[in-house]
Ligand binder design. Structure first.
Ligand code: AMP
Length: 110
């Protein structure tokens, strides 16, 4: 059974995609938690950060997260988040990197 994000990547479910390469895609979160809220998602359906994660893939996702921040002109700063597992608040079992910006973000998170 494909994950929600696999279905988005395949185009079966529409998304506001802003970037793609051979390894990952980035699209706007459907329920944004900040003025800019982008998800960077690997094409490979890795379940979470707890999965058998390839270092090159993990690094690539962070490089693209930074690229998205620049593309979205988050020059005043931004936050990169990976929720992992139940306590981490992960709701979609397909690894994804949140890029949030456009306002001052509280710390610590709730
Ligand atoms: P997480 O809670 O860390 O697993 O993040 C999952 C994110 O996916 C949430 O911020 C959701 O708002 C977002 N999301 C769920 N469905 C969609 C969708 N169809 N298109 C874009 N983002 C989505």
């Amino acid at each position: 059974m494909p994950t929600l994000f696999e279905r988005i990547i395949s185009g079966e479910i529409p998304s506001d995609q802003i970037y793609q390469d051979e390894v990952c895609v980035a699209f706007r979160d459907i329920d944004p938690k900040a003025p800019t809220h982008v998800l960077v998602v690997p094409r490979k359906p890795v379940r979470s950060l707890d999965d058998d994660l390839d270092a090159a893939l993990a690094g690539h996702l962070l490089v693209v997260a930074n690229k998205m921040a620049q593309q979205e002109q988050l020059s005043n700063g931004y936050r990169v988040v990976i929720n992992c597992g139940e306590d981490g608040g992960q709701s979609v079992d397909h690894l994804h990197v949140h890029v949030l910006g456009g306002r001052a973000l509280d710390w610590p998170p709730g």
